[in-house]
Write a protein that binds this ligand. Structure first.
Ligand code: GLU
Length: 296
């Protein structure tokens, strides 16, 4: 059974860059006749606001991207992250680190790996990265591999401010929710080897990955909240969905509009991306689609 997910961080409203991730993961799940879960990744509490989570969910509904099952909020999953850290710690796969942010800037040197300096207190917990390359087959990007020790170094599991790190939370949640297929932007490609190391350390199964191209602004920078990507304009839902599909290699024909747009896209995605691709499904069958889409 296919189970996919969309995992936005509620640090702002849905923007075009995160819309592409939502559409791509939704399409892949629907084309496989699988489930599509939504998880609000508010593990980084100082940067997240609950009302943005609610706002993102309302935008998904308005666009016709309906999810399955209850929405999971990472801020309510701390016990699961704590248990995973404890398991790693007992297996000798997590160590305390006393370094300040400044001392640990960039790739971490491994200074506290063999014990805290005399008199120093633990501030954070890190994962001791083993030597060697970690690789995986990405459904869109092909083979990708990385020397995690060289490129990232021993990475954080629990931050000095008490927040669990994204890398740990995402691995625990993907496994806890039974996610079989992770579909997300290529900006996260180089996080995946770290996540694979954690899956192996925790004895969790590895999902299949697809990292899609990301939307960039006029200066070639990834659209993100940090780069002040604007919220999606509700009066342009249809145009935005069409642009997201075009970025994913499915430029819709002019007549695919209204509720038919998403069902057209699912049929095309199925032809392109699923192993047992069916012959083209009816192109313009009605399905619950974005509201007001035809009233352009
Ligand atoms: N929460 C992450 C983000 O909004 C996505 C994480 C993921 O898909 O693994 O960038």
């Amino acid at each position: 059974m296919y189970r996919g997910r969309f995992a936005p961080s509620p640090t702002g409203p849905l923007h075009f860059g995160s819309l592409v991730a939502a559409v791509c993961s939704w399409l892949d799940a629907r084309a496989h006749e699988g489930e599509w879960l939504v998880r609000i990744e508010d593990v980084d509490e100082p940067r997240c606001r609950p009302h943005w989570g609610g706002e993102i969910l309302r935008t998904l509904e308005r666009l016709g991207l309906h999810w399955d099952g209850p929405v999971v909020w990472q801020s309510r999953r701390k016990e699961a992250y704590r248990a995973a850290l404890e398991r790693l710690r007992r297996a000798g796969l997590a160590y305390p680190c006393a370094c300040t942010r400044r001392e640990a800037a960039g790739r971490y040197s491994g200074r506290c790996r063999n014990g805290l300096p005399e008199g120093a207190a633990a501030r954070a917990w890190r994962f001791p990265v083993p030597p060697g390359r970690v690789g995986f087959h990405d459904r869109w990007q092909g083979w990708f591999e990385q020397d995690v020790e060289e490129e990232a170094g021993d990475f954080i599991l629990l931050r000095a401010d008490g927040c669990f790190a994204y890398q740990l939370a995402v691995v625990v949640d993907d496994a806890g929710q039974g996610v079989t297929h992770v579909v997300r932007g290529a900006d996260l490609l180089d996080s995946t080897p770290r996540q694979i190391l954690l899956q192996q350390a925790l004895g969790l199964s590895q999902p299949l990955y697809l990292h899609h191209p990301v939307a960039v602004d006029g200066a070639g920078r990834k659209l993100s909240k940090q780069n002040r990507a604007p919220a999606l304009d509700p009066s342009r839902d249809c145009e935005n969905l069409r642009a997201a599909l075009a970025l994913l290699g499915l430029p819709p024909p002019a007549e695919a509009d209204g509720a038919a747009l998403l069902s057209w896209a699912v049929a095309r995605w199925r032809e392109r991306w699923t192993a047992g691709a069916q012959p083209a499904a009816p192109s313009f069958s009605a399905s619950p689609g974005p509201k007001d889409c035809s009233a352009r």
